[in-house]
Ligand binder design. Structure first.
Ligand code: SAM
Length: 445
């Protein structure tokens, strides 16, 4: 059997897997992390496909499950390219590519590891074009395909589990593969069974994988991880469960609110503080569905007005909010003067606020950021708008997680006030013991 045929041999097509079959594969995957009497089960969901359900009443804060990643790889994001593909440590600026010329960034300690040897051989067989380049450079397009390549090296049951997961069909995924293939001289593009399987794996990864933060040597890297059970949870914009990751490789899921026996356990695929439209666009573009949860159907967003902008009518500083829900191009109406504005106009205004605030986040020191939030932002952005809330969050992160600078009592007081503002919003949303609350109260790191 040739190598591609060997790789495909275990890829039994079990796409119409029942929840029972899926549960068996998940049990094997969980191994010793599976509780003797789990408080969850898998079943068909009225929301979408299969979902995770409570087998008994679960109280807020209670552990639901923990699971290890089935496969992890690099996100191949800009700024994280020269990180070892195995241990994720930052690599030296020179001599960081594999000495075997597979073109993957790997540290000396990991270069001989079982994981790397398999993928190194795979890449070399495909003959990376960059192998002859004079300058050492990581190619994000070929690096991105690495997680999919690692799926081919999983065991039989693990590969069945990948095959049992949902894969949204999207043209963009094929583009991802075509672009990666162009980085090699000998990519098996004419091998249809292999290409079909690769397309499906990339679909599974894009539909289900998480970006899980991992801290190594005091530096945070995002890993691309497939956590199958965590991924089976369907989405709700203010979910009843929260997930977080322990060093990129372990997902921990806890109840954010009380969940009654039989209730579907949900998580969020977006940031919880994003406004309705931002979440809607993200879910449509990346997960290919329109959410129909209670929050999405309320244009005040539980009275948080996270999407609100200032009225564009002269002399009026009222709040303008989208009129219709469940559309990505709503009309907007001012709550004070009742004028209606087309979405195109308000979208430009929202983009302006987003870009202005993001530029500051990327270029300002913490004290400058505090001045910007307190004194300049209120001139063009309502205090309830999610972009301004995200700026406050950024100050909290920088002051508590990444920065060793000393701050004045006044700056610390601003940070504490921002934290209170965000906790009040989470409370209005009914987010319960969500991950963001635990992060900003430093209950989890
Ligand atoms: C990671 S999968 C979730 C598990 C999936 N239900 C299954 O059977 O494997 C993500 C996909 O589930 C569907 N989905 C999840 N939450 C949804 C929701 N609230 N409304 C509609 N579709 C949803 C979408 O098709 C989305 O792309």
């Amino acid at each position: 059997m040739n190598t591609t045929a060997t790789m495909l041999a275990h890829m039994a097509p079990c796409r119409d897997t029942t929840p029972e079959q899926l549960a068996q594969l998940i049990d094997m995957h969980l191994g010793e992390l599976r509780e003797k009497k789990p408080n969850w089960t898998l079943a068909a969901s009225t929301v979408a496909g299969r979902g995770v359900f409570a087998t008994r009443d679960i109280v807020a804060g209670e552990l639901i499950f923990r699971e290890r990643a089935l496969v992890v790889g690099p996100t191949a994001r800009k700024g994280q390219l020269s990180t070892c593909v195995c241990c994720h440590r930052l690599l030296p600026t020179q001599g960081f590519l594999c000495k075997q010329r597979c073109t993957l960034p790997v540290c000396a300690a990991c270069s001989g590891s079982v994981t790397h040897r398999a993928e190194c051989e795979h890449f070399r067989r495909w003959q990376p074009k960059d192998a002859d380049a004079e300058e050492e450079q990581v190619n994000p397009l070929s690096l991105r395909i690495l997680t999919a390549v690692r799926v081919f090296h999983l065991g039989k049951e693990q590969r069945h589990l990948v095959d049992a997961m949902q894969a949204n069909a999207e043209r963009g995924f094929r583009q991802e593969i075509i672009k990666a293939a162009q980085c090699f001289r000998n990519f098996p593009t004419t091998d249809k069974p292999f290409m079909d399987q690769l397309f499906r794996i990339v679909g599974v990864l894009n539909t289900n994988a998480f970006e899980a933060p991992c801290r190594t040597d005091g530096r945070e890297t995002l890993l691309r991880g497939l956590f199958p059970l965590t991924a089976i949870m369907n989405h709700e914009c203010t979910p009843n469960a929260s997930h977080y990751f322990d060093n990129g490789r372990l997902a921990i899921v806890r109840a954010a609110r009380d969940i009654p026996k039989g209730g579907e356990i949900t998580t969020t695929y977006t940031k919880i503080l994003w406004g309705n439209l931002t979440r809607g666009i993200f879910l449509k573009m990346t997960k290919h569905f329109m959410c129909d949860c209670t929050r999405c159907n309320d244009n005040t967003e539980n009275g948080t007005y996270l999407s609100a902008l200032f009225c564009r009518e002269q002399g009026c500083r009222g709040l303008v909010i989208p009129v219709q829900t469940r559309t990505l191009q709503p009309d907007w109406r001012c709550l004070s003067c009742e004028n209606v504005f087309p979405h195109s106009k308000m979208a430009r205004y929202q983009d302006f606020a987003l870009n202005t605030i993001n530029n500051r986040i990327n270029s300002c020191s913490v004290p400058d950021m505090i001045h910007f939030i307190n004194d300049l932002c209120p001139r063009f952005c309502p205090p309830s708008n999610y972009v301004l809330i995200e700026a406050k969050l950024n100050v909290i992160w920088r002051m508590t997680r990444f920065d060793t600078d000393q701050y004045t009592t006044e700056e610390v007081a601003h940070k504490d006030r921002y934290r209170e503002d965000i906790l009040a919003i989470l409370h209005k949303l009914g987010a319960g013991e969500c991950t963001l609350k635990k992060l900003i109260t430093e209950e989890i790191q």
